[in-house]
Ligand binder design. Sequence first.
Ligand code: XMP
Length: 317
Amino acid sequence: DWTSDVFIDATIADLKAKIGNDKVVMGLSGGVDSSVAATLIHRAIGENLTCVFVDNGLLRKNEYEEVLESYKTLGLNVIGVDSKQRFYDALAGISDPELKRKAIGKAFIEVFDDEAHKIEGVKWLGQGTIYPDVIESVSVKGPSATIKSHHNVGGLPDFMKLSVVEPLNTLFKDEVREVGRALDIPEAIIGRHPFPGPGLAIRILGDITAEKVKTLQEVDWIFIKGLKDHGLYDQVWQAGAILLPIQSVGVMGDERTYEKVVALRAVGSVDGMTADWIHLPYEFLGKMSNEIINRVKGVNRVVYDISSKPPATIEWE
Ligand code: XMP
C-alpha cells in the first residue's frame, strides 16, 4: 500500500544511490510539482542541487518575489533570474498561441542553459514531471498532439547533455500534494492552483506587451484574492483571468469609454483533461466585476466564462 512516508524514504535512498556526489540543476516554476521534486532531491543530496527560478515576466503579480522567498525558507539553493525583458522581446508581435509557446520555450531553454553552464560539473537535470505528464506526452496522437505543446515535459535540448532525474514520475497530483505536506512544504505552495508554463502569455489573446501583462496581473490578482477571501479558492481546481483583444463601449461619469474586456474563468477538474465551469455565486461575481472595473485602468467590462471542457479547453489559447 502506498504511503507518502514509505515513498519519501524509498525515493531519497534511490536518489542518493543514483546521483551519488554528482551535481543536479533544476528549473523551478513555483508550482507544486517542481517544488516537491526539488525538496526530495535536496533531502537526498543537499547543496549539490542548484535550483533556477526564472522571472519570465508572465507570472502572477508578486509571484516571483513571494515564491523565491518560500524556496529560500525551504532551504533550497535557488538562483533567481530576472529575464522579463528577454521574454517580452522574444514574444514581440507574436499572436499565434503555438508560436507564443515556442518562443517562450526557446527563451526559457536559453536562459536556463546560461545558468546551467555556470555550475561546474553538473551531470543531472531534475524535473517535476508527474505520471499524467508522462502519459499525456506519449499517448496524445494526431491533431491533438499539436493543440498545445507543453514545453515543460521531455524535449531536452541535445546541447544540454544532462541525464534526467524525475522523482515524481509515478505519482498523481493528489499523491504529490500528500508527499509535499509530509515534507512540510508550506500550504501556500501545496494548495496552489495549477498554472501553465507559458503563464499569462496564453491568457492575453493577441500580442503580448508589458502593459497588457500589467493590466492582466491586476485583474487576476483581484480575482484570486477574492476567491481566497471568500473561501472559494480551495473549491476551485484552477482559476484566472483572460485579457480579450477587443474593446467595448462603456460609460464612466458622463464620459463615454472604449476599453478592454476581461473574462474570468474558474473550473473544477481532477486532472485537467476534462473540466466543468464552476457556479460561482452571483454576488461574488458582481463584487469582482465592480472591483476590477473600478480599480484596473483600461478595463470597462467583465464577463464570466461558462464553458466546460470538452468542447472548450481550460485556457483560451
Ligand atoms: P487546456 O487549456 O488544454 O489546459 O484545457 C489543461 C491544463 O494544462 C495547462 N496548460 C499548460 N501547461 N504548458 C503548461 O505547462 C502549456 O503550454 C499549457 N497549456 C495548457 C492549463 O493551464 C490546464 O491546467
